[in-house]
Structures are given as C-alpha cells and as structure tokens.
Write a protein that binds this ligand. Structure first.
Ligand code: FES
Length: 117
C-alpha cells in the first residue's frame, strides 16, 4: 500500500472539518472531508449517499449550526463525525464512505490500496 499526503493535522481545526481534493496532474483522485474531534481525525469521501453530491456548496462549510454534525448542504442530512452515519435527513440508515488515512509526523496521509478506500 502506498500513501499520499493530504495536509498537516493543524490544517483541520479542532471540532471542525475541511474539504480536500487530491489530484494526479489534472485527474481528480479523491474528494474527501477531514474532520477533527478531541484531536482525532475522521476521513470520509465528500459525497452524500442521498444524491451523490458534495456535502459543501461553499468550501469548508461542513457543520450544522450546532457544530455537532457534518451536514449536506443539498437537503440537510446530518452525519456523525465518529462513523459518518446519517442520523437525520433523507439518507438515514446510510452513511458517508470512510477513507483510510494515517497520521505520520503530524501529517495526514491517504492510504491507498487498503480497505475501505
Ligand atoms: S444530496 Fe445530501 S441530503 Fe440530499
């Protein structure tokens, strides 16, 4: 398995989330969300299970008003940080696709070839 750098751990604010686009040249490899809570990083594909759209209409606006959940801007589905499960909205019972990442020397890396993602 190989891995690709995404960002430093500090680039994801505590209690918040950021979107990233990984590319190889012009080719998009992966659009993902990194969320951080209690210092732990959670990674999901930036794709709502309801309609397949990105969660954020505007970059990095990924939390609901309470700051408790990730939100899909299209129809308002709410997802838990910890497992990506949809708890409110049209895709309850589904969830965000987890992406395998690792933290090495303060940097978050996408682990390719593992499962999931
Ligand atoms: S596309 Fe995300 S809730 Fe409908």
């Amino acid at each position: 398995m190989d891995s690709l750098p995404i960002c430093s751990v500090e680039e994801v604010p505590e209690g918040d989330a950021r979107g990233f686009e990984l590319k190889s040249g012009e080719e998009s490899l992966l659009s993902l969300i990194l969320a951080k809570r209690d210092g732990k990083i959670f990674a999901y594909e930036n794709r709502c299970p309801h309609r397949g759209t990105p969660l954020d209409w505007r970059p990095d606006r990924l939390l609901d008003v309470t700051g408790e959940y990730l939100i899909c801007a299209t129809h308002g589905a709410l997802f838990r940080f910890e497992d990506g499960d949809c708890v409110v909205g049209p895709c309850v019972g589904e969830g965000l696709r987890p992406i395998r990442v690792e933290v090495v020397d303060g940097r978050v890396r996408w682990v390719r070839g593992g499962s999931p993602a």
